[in-house]
Design a protein around this ligand. Sequence first.
Ligand code: ZN
Length: 129
Amino acid sequence: MPWLAAAYSFVMKAQKNQDGLTNLPTRQLLSRRRALAARLGGAEQVLTGTLTEQVRRCGKAGCRCAEGEPHGPYAFFVPKTAARGRLRYVPASLAGVVRRYLRNGEEIERLLAEISAINAELLARRELS
Ligand SMILES: [Zn+2]
């Protein structure tokens, strides 16, 4: 199916142009990489995952939840790594902190993805060292 290969190649080119790295001179890639890495400083306060809300049933006979009016909603942190994807209860007093950590996590993942894209471009130029 040659049209498929052509379409794939087209998509790859479009993707490559989208990040615009191929058009930048190497020295600009290096300074951009340095600037991105400098923003990784606050890497301690990081959570990767999501915040979710769930309702619960306590199981006690005669409780309102047995009648279909569940407890909650309660907030839970869901770690990104599926293997250890156990929900962690988030008390209301910590919800703001957890949100901040999640935002930091997203930011750092974005920065790492950009740095990796730059390094992939440097590799394509045989200028990765
Ligand atoms: Zn209940």
